[in-house]
Design a protein around this ligand. Structure first.
Ligand code: DQA
Length: 150
């Protein structure tokens, strides 16, 4: 089966490249999506990528995911630390979900140490810049393949 993964980027990630480059690097969201598509192709999966600054749009996308995707790769950005709604949506659809962050949120301000998403995620990858997304996609696809072959 050819898996499809929904890739979600939360608020302000549309500004990557110009936003706090010392924290988030120079890479743009477009480049991250391109690298994800390249990796997806080599792994034999397809992707749908969406960025939104709006919590409800992300909740709607998660709710709609089971009709066309088998897993979710998400950088919830600031909503990581605030959104019970996104956490509940992930719990509701129960699709395997990997949480990723460019920065190491545990090394930063204390308000970034808590994630509402982590308890409902398969795992969390943080601190590797754009590589966090690629590691997250590899981990998610490996999980999907393992479950499918069990
Ligand atoms: C982030 C970390 C969050 O704390 C922050 O609000 C972001 C980006 C990251 O990728 O490092 O917007 O999710």
């Amino acid at each position: 089966m050819a898996f499809k993964v929904l890739v979600l980027h939360g608020p302000n990630l549309n500004l990557l490249g110009q936003r706090e480059p010392r924290v988030y690097g120079q890479v743009t969201l477009e480049t991250i999506n391109q690298s994800l598509h390249n990796l997806a192709e080599s792994l034999g999966v397809t992707l749908e990528c969406l960025q939104s600054n709006h919590e409800g749009v992300l909740v709607d996308a998660i709710q709609g995911a089971p009709s066309h995707a088998q897993g979710i790769l998400i950088n919830p950005a600031a909503y990581t630390h605030t959104s019970v709604a996104i956490r509940d949506a992930i719990a509701a659809v129960s699709l395997p979900t990997v949480e990723v962050h460019l920065s190491n949120i545990h090394q930063r301000e204390s308000f970034r140490h808590h994630s509402y998403i982590a308890p409902v995620a398969l795992g969390q990858i943080a601190g590797f810049g754009a590589e966090s997304y690629l590691l997250g996609l590899r981990a998610l696809v490996a999980h999907l393949q393992k479950v499918a072959s069990a």
